[in-house]
Write a protein that binds this ligand. Structure first.
Ligand SMILES: [Zn+2]
Length: 75
């Protein structure tokens, strides 16, 4: 390998939002991910809500305190 042009390829610990930890090697070092092979619906076969953009959280905050069921009945 030529010196000075290769990034350091070091041990890395990747932590998933579901709690899974994968040990591998990476030039990026340790980092965390939102989804991995232990919790991705493709691998688990289970349907799961993946809210990476925080849309559900934003919706809940916006309509907090409002009686959505009562509003739906009024229609
Ligand atoms: Zn995961």
């Amino acid at each position: 390998m030529k010196n000075g042009i290769h990034p350091e390829y070091k041990d890395a610990t990747i932590t998933c939002a579901c709690g899974a930890v994968v040990t591998t090697r990476s030039t990026a070092g340790d980092y965390s991910v939102d989804i991995c092979s232990s919790c991705h619906p493709f691998y688990t076969g289970k349907q799961k809500l993946v809210d990476s953009a925080g849309r559900v959280e934003r919706f809940r905050r916006k309509y907090k305190g409002l009686d959505l069921e009562a509003m739906a009945k009024k229609k």
